[in-house]
Design a protein around this ligand. Structure first.
Ligand SMILES: *[C@@H]1O[C@H](CO)[C@@H](O)[C@H](O)[C@H]1NC(C)=O
Length: 104
């Protein structure tokens, strides 16, 4: 497979926070079983399979553009107030930051 034009791990309706964490906060988001950590694991698995040699992987990634984003769906499944939803922001930001640190 030719990956020279890019690879996309997007999932419709996905959240940044893992489902277990969303459940803990009382999210009623039904449509997303997946989350950013799963997408990042797909990315890590893909990158190791596509470039088993670490130096070849690093050389390829040096000229690659990585786009990582999300968070809008993390707030959609809550029946509580906007103020209560705001308490989630630090957790969503922390998960995004952790994800960015994973990208080589
Ligand atoms: C990534 O690869 C590991 C090892 O093969 C596997 O156990 C895991 O399920 C994979 N993760 C995903 C999200 O596909």
């Amino acid at each position: 497979m030719d990956h020279s034009k890019g690879v996309n791990f997007a999932v419709a309706g996905v959240s940044v926070l893992p489902k277990a964490q969303r459940d803990k906060f009382g999210s009623h988001l039904k449509y997303s079983q997946s989350s950013l950590d799963v997408q990042l694991q797909w990315f890590v698995n893909f990158s190791r399979e596509a470039f088993p040699n670490e130096s070849a992987r690093k050389a390829n990634f040096e000229s690659a553009l990585f786009v990582l984003g999300g968070g809008g769906n993390d707030y959609g499944g809550f029946k509580n107030t906007p103020q209560e939803r705001m308490t989630l922001i630090p957790y969503v930001i922390a998960a995004l930051k952790q994800g960015m640190e994973l990208v080589p």
